[in-house]
Design a protein around this ligand. Structure first.
Ligand code: NAD
Length: 418
């Protein structure tokens, strides 16, 4: 099954468990608008490259479209639709006033010079400007895009309209009305969720529990860092260079320094080095964070997973069939659109600041963010317990789907769409 089919099969399941009508599934399973744009860029080598850019506006029942922009060589339109659908679910579950969207370009940003990357970012905005806006569609970074790319995009949009519009892109650098919390918000959220769920299902909470993180990028690094600070023992981390394993626990601050200066986790000076990046999925751990990319835990390898809790930092890392198997074994999977919502919740706070030209300091912002994340987990866990009490097997994803779809359904009904 493709990534999109996995996401749609989860939406189908949510509609069935929640008892929503077929008409609702018909509306929620398709994007409202798909924009495919031609982006001509004159590269610094003199060649004219015509990139293809996407913006998928999936649903707007609860507010303006919101979701990241991905620059990745293997990005397809279909994957972008799957990611946009997940954004609709994530924003609704978090209770923030947004619909869902996603965008991207099938490009490897590492192969572009900084000048060419800037030109592509500006080109993306010029080509898609009619569907973007601070009250219409508010992008943010995703894989392959950063606060710098958001800065160029915000600047380009502002030049087009003729005045500064910081609220049209989120996760900008702090000097351009970004908030410093955004840098670590996704991983911080994953860590808060990991701690909250550990307190509910593991004896003694998070203290001393073994954690393994697959993918040591923005999400994985901060997920590991905050769990390390909370007293957990991070025993394995991985990136495309391989896995580092130490049953006694890794020094995550040192690992971040090594990764961010040398580009590879395997340059970490201690621990066992395993060439397979997937090895982090299989080590003996209480909590596993698949924080790299989609479709990592499948029917082929699910038998090797030893964790009791899986906190999906990445979008779509577990296929529905693999999740069914994990659920049969009593493993709790915290679904992506709950686990990694910290990033978009922080984006929402930044957007609120920008719309009012108001500034919250870092501590104030983090406290607001943490409150929304904890509430998100606790209401979903309550729903999970309620579903479980029927005696049938339900998952945390089922609970999150029902709550998320319920808000969208009610908004559609109130608008008269249904
Ligand atoms: P990133 O590019 O910063 O990091 C990805 C990391 O995964 C890199 O270190 C890369 O080497 C590693 N990786 C790739 N394939 C791997 C594999 N097979 N095994 C082990 N490691 C592998 O990306 P990111 O922003 O951290 O995003 C990661 C995931 O989190 C994506 O699914 C993204 O959609 C999701 N996410 C990110 C954010 C955010 O704010 N960054 C928010 C929500 C969801």
């Amino acid at each position: 099954m493709s990534f999109l089919n996995n996401v749609l099969s989860n939406v189908r399941r949510g509609c069935d468990v929640g008892g929503f009508p077929e008409e609702f599934f018909a509306l929620i399973s398709k994007p409202e608008r798909i924009v495919i744009a031609k982006i001509p860029v004159r590269l610094s080598n003199g060649k004219l490259e015509v990139f293809q850019g996407y913006r998928i506006q999936h649903n707007s029942a609860l507010g303006p479209y919101k979701g990241g922009i991905r620059f990745h060589p293997e990005l397809t339109l279909e994957d972008d639709i799957a990611l946009a659908t997940l954004m609709t679910l994530k924003n609704s579950l978090a209770g923030i006033p947004y619909g869902g969207a996603k965008g991207g370009v099938g490009v490897n940003p590492k192969e572009l010079t900084q000048k060419d990357l800037e030109a592509l970012c500006r080109g993306y905005v010029r080509s898609l400007r009619v569907v973007l806006g601070e009250y219409l569609d508010i992008p943010a970074p995703d894989v392959g895009t950063t606060s710098q790319t958001m800065a160029w995009m915000m600047d380009e949009y502002s030049k087009i309209v003729g005045y500064n519009v910081p609220a049209v892109f989120t996760a900008k650098p702090p000097i351009l009305h970004g908030n410093p919390v955004r840098e670590y918000a996704t991983g911080f959220g994953c860590a808060v969720i990991s701690k909250e769920i550990a307190e509910r299902v593991l004896l003694g909470g998070i203290e001393g529990k073994k954690v393994s993180i697959q993918g040591f990028g923005n999400t994985g690094q901060w997920h590991a860092y905050f769990l390390f600070k909370m007293g957990a023992k991070v025993v394995a981390i991985s990136d495309t260079s391989g896995t580092v394993y130490d049953p006694e626990g890794l020094d995550i601050e040192l690992a971040m320094k090594v990764k961010n200066t040398t580009g590879k986790v395997v340059n970490y000076p201690k621990g066992e080095k395993i060439s397979d990046p997937q090895a982090a999925l299989y080590v003996d751990a209480d909590i596993l964070g698949p924080d790299a990319m989609e479709r990592q835990i499948t029917l082929e390898n699910v038998g090797k997973i030893r964790a009791k809790i899986v906190v999906e930092g990445a979008n779509g890392p577990t296929t529905p069939e693999a999740e069914l198997e994990l659920s049969r074994r009593g493993v709790i999977v915290i679904p992506d659109f709950l686990a990694n919502a910290g990033g978009v919740i922080m984006s929402y706070l930044e957007w609120v600041e920008n719309l009012q030209w108001y500034i919250w300091d870092e501590d104030e912002t983090r406290a607001k963010l943490e409150k929304i994340i904890r509430n998100n987990l606790s209401k979903t866990y309550k729903k999970f317990e309620e579903l479980q009490s029927s005696g049938k097997a339900f998952t945390m994803r089922d609970a999150a789907l029902v709550l998320s779809l319920q808000r969208i359904y009610e908004a559609m009904r109130a608008r008269g769409w249904l």
